[in-house]
Design a protein around this ligand. Structure first.
Ligand code: TGC
Ligand code: FAD
Length: 390
């Protein structure tokens, strides 16, 4: 489909700055030239796109809001969102790679790291010369990270870390891992592990039907000696990892709009070209109903994200507001991917078209960074003041 058919039904562009549009358009054209030609093959073969992280670094997609002093481009939150939207129009795996590096690795180092840690890691993470991953989820504790079992003890001149993390995006290819574990006082702390530390391994998770162009794996800690200077000094408690999730969930809210747009634009073009009963299938009311609903839902999601971005720029976005956008927009996108796949009939299951890949990817997106139901309960708690989790 022509890029000019990408919808802006409520003239949301008029609310963006020239810089926002320039950034968005340059990432859009990078996705067209670098991601689109390779993504089906990567997903079919369950491999990542070679050189992806360096390319993401070159276009400023790693740590977009990290200040220039530490190697980032120092952009605002709306620019960050627009970058995520464009990346996920290519594939959720590409957005995931940028989300994890930006919000889950660079953000905690920037926000909670020592000056030495920031100088040592942030510029290399921003350029894509170093790849990071984020270890919070464990085999026995996903939605409930406060019950984590990974533990470290103080050995005088170092910490000794034991435990395991599961479902970790990019763990098999990461140079460093930001890991959350409990100290002897039971308080959650963050620490930076480097590949090569004795007792630290990163087994790959095989046979996923979702996010096939992204590597997922475990982090296993078997008496890992962690130097004391690798502890993130400036945060303690679950709010450390959860504040990183606020940033990543915000990016996902924008990202999935990209996946929905890719499905919508493909469906518009296909239904106008494909004829049955002597007419383009776009002339049937049932198909038009679907297209009209897709456009309505995409437009609502765009407006939700834009205002959330304004709140975030003003440091006024609450975690519950972010949960609402993550939950709403991911459901919007997965519904559009599934419905639009049907509109292509048999062709909808093929790799030449993006719907099946987006629909399968979005099964992970609706699960990670807090499941659909967990975000509903966060909204419920915000309304009632009553925690319905435990
Ligand atoms: P609770 O007692 O409510 O809170 C504990 C402390 O944390 C604070 N807090 C937050 N702080 C910042 N941001 C947030 N969103 C926060 N939510 C809570 C809270 O104020 C409290 O602070 P303090 O100072 O009083 O101690 O915690 P809880 O144990 O009841 O759990 C709450 C719950 C269920 C909402 C939370 O645990 C949760 O969000 N669970 C979902 C887990 C999750 O999202 N995991 C994601 C793993 S990472 C991932 O999926 C990456 S995929 C990346 C990719 O490939 O793109
Ligand atoms: P569970 O917590 O076991 O949940 C199972 C079901 O129970 C869900 O439907 C859930 O909504 C429901 N449930 C749980 N508690 C409640 C409750 N109180 N009330 C009602 N229903 C409830 N994690 C990381 O730390 N780093 C990563 O990089 C990362 N990348 C990921 C990549 C992929 C591809 C995937 C699939 C996951 C990734 N995750 C990562 C993990 C992800 O965050 C977890 O899968 C997610 O938080 C859910 O945890 P769980 O899988 O253990 O499910």
């Amino acid at each position: 489909y022509p890029l000019t058919s990408i919808p802006d039904y409520y003239s949301i562009d008029s609310l963006l700055t020239e810089e926002h549009k320039l950034i968005r358009d340059s990432v859009r054209s990078w996705v067209e030239s670098f991601v689109m030609p390779k993504i089906d093959e990567a997903a079919q073969n369950h491999t990542d796109i070679p050189g992806l992280m360096k390319e993401l670094g070159n276009i400023g997609a790693l740590g977009p809001y990290i200040p220039e002093e530490y190697g980032g481009p120092g952009l605002d939150q709306i620019s960050y969102g627009l970058i995520m939207q464009e990346l996920e129009r290519g594939d959720s795996a590409v957005r995931s790679a940028a989300s994890v590096q930006s919000s889950l690795v660079m953000f905690p180092i920037f926000e909670y790291g020592s000056e030495e840690q920031k100088r040592k890691y942030l510029p290399k993470l921003a350029s894509g010369d170093m790849i990071g991953c984020f270890g919070l989820t464990e085999p026995n504790h996903g939605s409930d990270p406060s019950s984590m079992e990974s533990k470290f003890t103080d050995q005088g001149d170092h910490y000794l870390l034991n435990g395991a993390k599961m479902w970790i995006t990019n763990s098999p290819i990461a140079d460093i891992a930001v890991v959350w574990a409990k100290g002897e006082d039971g308080k959650v702390r963050g620490m930076i592990l480097e590949r090569g530390m004795e007792g630290f391994t990163t087994p790959t998770t095989h046979n996923k039907w979702s996010l096939r162009a992204s590597k997922t794996g475990e982090l296993v800690f078997n008496n890992v000696k962690v130097p004391k200077e690798n502890l993130l000094p400036n945060v303690e408690g679950l709010k450390g990892p959860l504040s990183c999730l606020n940033s990543a969930r915000y990016g996902i809210s924008w990202g999935v709009i990209g996946a929905a747009i890719d499905c919508y634009c493909t469906a518009v073009q296909y239904t106008k070209e494909r004829k049955q009963f002597g007419k383009p299938i776009a002339s049937f009311q049932l198909q038009q109903k679907k297209l009209a609903e897709f456009l309505t839902e995409i437009t609502k999601a765009q407006l939700l994200c834009l205002q959330l971005g304004n709140l975030k720029n003003a440091h006024k976005a609450s975690p519950a507001q972010i949960s609402m956008a993550k939950r709403n927009n991911v459901k919007m996108a997965i519904d559009i991917a599934r419905e639009s796949r049907q509109m292509l009939g048999g062709m909808g299951i093929m790799g030449e078209f993006p719907m099946m890949r987006h629909a399968a990817n979005l099964e992970s997106v609706i699960t990670y960074e807090g499941t659909h139901d967990i975000h509903l309960l966060i909204t419920g708690m915000d309304i009632t003041g009553i925690n319905a989790f435990g």
